[in-house]
Design a protein around this ligand. Structure first.
Ligand code: NDP
Length: 290
């Protein structure tokens, strides 16, 4: 069957890459952006320009949104809610899980189907090998539009609840961004002794490559909420985190990152869990009052 017509609303780097992927795969593609000039290049490549948000909704059964936050969707579509009936909104913008849940209810109130998405690659990789997108919402809608969604990357469907794709996206970015930040922190720490970053990075890469080994068993520990000492217990690790934080302060660097981890260790020690494995920090995270 012919490719489904798609409207892409929001033409930042991500929305532009998405519109281009749809054009490449032969989908009739309509584009709309608050700042109209960001559509110019895509129109030259064959996209149709919607002059208004209403026109953008009217043009296609599937409306892909790629905006800074969910408020931008309400700002753009709020005035034209009467045109939402029968549409499938696929919102690939970042926001909180609760924002996704509220948006699904809002769409349903106006007769639209809402699919939440979280794109797991940067714009140059959209639609390319290895790209994937978390989705959640009605499985029937995801199945009906599967071939259209697959243009952006592999469809990784996480379940019915609208917030699921968002919380998966947040969790993956949480991991990604804290690793990037701690890499910068560690480079600054060793740099405070005059070590060039280029000498440090091969060691950083090796350690990060070994993380699957260190993560073995963590899923079982967290699932069973039991944290047997595996030869590197929390008390030992806590002492190390105190030293890293002190070293950071001595070097005149921002101590926020190691101090946050140190504080989790301090709490674990304070509640008498020093003899357990360091995965016990999970308990401190899920119970901030512990
Ligand atoms: P931005 O987050 O900068 O998105 C910009 C788009 O949002 C523009 O179209 C902008 O319009 C629009 N916008 C913002 N506020 C409003 C508003 N109040 N009303 C109307 N339109 C508004 O850039 P990206 O394209 O990079 O990201 C889009 C989404 O994709 C974000 O949620 C981001 O987190 C997510 N994402 C991005 C990745 C990346 O690597 N870039 C990777 C994975 C996900 P205007 O042009 O008029 O300013």
């Amino acid at each position: 069957s012919d490719p489904t017509p798609v409207t892409v609303i929001g033409l930042g780097p991500m929305g532009q890459a998405m519109a281009r992927a749809y054009l490449d795969r032969g989908h009739p593609t309509t584009v709309f952006n608050r700042t109209p000039s960001r559509a110019d290049a895509l129109v030259a490549e064959g996209a149709k320009r919607a002059e208004t948000a209403a026109g953008a909704l009217d043009a296609s059964p599937v409306i892909v949104l790629s905006l800074t936050h969910y408020q931008a969707m309400y700002d753009l579509l709020g005035p034209g809610v009467d045109l939402l009936a029968g549409k499938t909104l696929v919102n690939l913008s970042s926001d909180t899980p609760s924002a996704s849940a509220r948006a699904a209810a809002w769409a349903a109130d106006h007769g639209a189907t809402f699919i939440t998405g979280g794109v797991m690659v940067n714009p140059p990789l959209v639609g390319k090998e290895g790209a994937y997108v978390f989705y959640s919402g009605p499985s029937e809608a995801v199945e009906r539009h599967r071939s259209t969604l697959e243009v952006l990357g592999r469809v990784d469907y996480r379940g019915d609840a609208p917030e699921l794709a968002q919380v998966w996206y947040q969790a993956m970015l949480d991991l990604f961004m804290t690793i990037l930040a701690s890499t910068s922190h560690a480079a600054a720490l060793v740099g405070s002794a005059g070590v060039p970053a280029k000498d440090f990075f091969p060691y950083a890469e090796e350690l990060i490559g070994q993380m699957p080994y260190f993560m073995q068993g963590m899923a079982d520990e967290i699932s069973s909420r039991s944290y047997p000492d595996q030869g590197g217990n929390t008390a030992m690790m806590a002492a190390g985190m105190e030293h890293i934080t002190d070293a950071t302060v001595e070097a005149g660097l921002d101590p926020g990152l190691p101090a946050a981890v140190r504080d989790l260790y301090r709490r674990a020690i304070a509640v008498g869990r020093g003899a357990e494995s360091s995965t016990v920090l999970y308990e401190m995270i899920v119970d901030p009052a512990a």
